[in-house]
Design a protein around this ligand. Sequence first.
Ligand code: BG6
Length: 470
Amino acid sequence: MKESIFDSHFLWGGAIAAHQVEGAYNEDGKEPSTADTLLVNEERFEHYGEYINQNKYYPSHKAIDFYHCFKEDIKLFAEMGFKALRTSIAWTRIYPKGIEEKPNEAGLQFYDDLFDEMLKYNIEPIITITHYETPLYLAREYGGWKNRKLIALYEKYARTIFERYKDKVKYWMNFNEINTLAIMPALGGGFHESFDDPSRFQRIYQAAHHQFVASALAVKACHEIIPDAKIGMMLAGQLSYPYSCNPDDVFANLKQSRQSLFFSDVMMRGVYPAYTTRMFEELNVQLEMKEGDLDIIKNNTSDYLALSYYMSSVVMSDTSQLKKIGNMSIGVSNPYLQTSEWGWQIDSKGLRIYLNQLYDRYQKPLFIVENGLGAIDILENETVHDTYRIDYIRKHIEQMKEAIQDGVELMGYLPWGCIDLVSCSTGEMKKRYGFIYVDIDNEGQGSCKRYKKESFEWYQKVIASNGEEI
Ligand code: BG6
């Protein structure tokens, strides 16, 4: 076989998250998380973090029933040759309200069984401690991450899972896409803020500070309990370009990129960056800290940077020109790029640029733990001809190769939603990412059967050839 650009330990696989696949939202002692209050499409955030209306359909309650079907699914991942699988632990399976003295044994047992199943096929578990699902009790009664008390509760939860799975899990990461807190605290922060309220930044950055301290304490605990483990931070990849070479656009872009890189700067370097003072002055933020917080952050930086990468955006200083791009961001469209069916601007070369930027900035290993194309798939003769997905992933792998040759240290590639799952931004099932089709629709109807798409066999070859046959 031709020698590969990827080293022999490169972690090929896929990524999923508890609330988007497991279902069984109230089984075996689990209580709801904020994700279990999310509806579909326009209604998605209608009563976020408040209550569950038994007459409505909540996609996370059943999801793709991974809780009951995981053995079948892991077998399919093994057939594709996965070396790693990223998933998350649902905090509410372990500490159902978040405040209990003792963990829930049934919840712990579920993940023991899941990890054993992965290890049976030599699939390395890559575990996110929390992926957009704060225990609902903590959201309602404590105000989510605005409340400093969550630091100790998170540390307790993290210590519990490190102790329990220390012989099974060697790769961990703290909060999923921690930087989305700055834009949408409802996802990872457990509290909702209106875009029109300028005072929101005070609460958002206070919550971020709590998550930084909590993450650092988890890094410390992880290193103590599992000395041979690595624990990373996880950033939503938000590559942006200036609209023009007008210095005003260039500076606007610098400012916008700092909005997300602020999070990795703190967690990778262990200090609040110099630009924080002015950024906080402009946003009217005054952080409350306890003595020792900054030392904890400084002494417990992340071992690697995990990132998601789907698209890039364009920043213009003239904000009157901004419009809604896709279902997630506000910006200017890029005439050089095509968009997905959900309007996300596809930019494979941007991946090379972004990996280089991040590696130049931190000089620590990078790990792509999400990437992929959300598309409408048509099931015909028990398969899907998803050549568009193959094309998207192939182009991104090509750029990963370039980045590695540029000198970037890359640990692995875990495409998002390797099996179809509930969309995070819209709650839909019809926005599919997988190599495996799951027969469920937006209303939760369908047989729940699994079918291999054309991309299944293609990705199997990619892994078998260590990225050479794409
Ligand atoms: C990331 C999240 O932002 O993007 C995932 O970590 C999410 O949870 C993924 O599913 C894709 O977004 P969407 O909205 O298409 O599901």
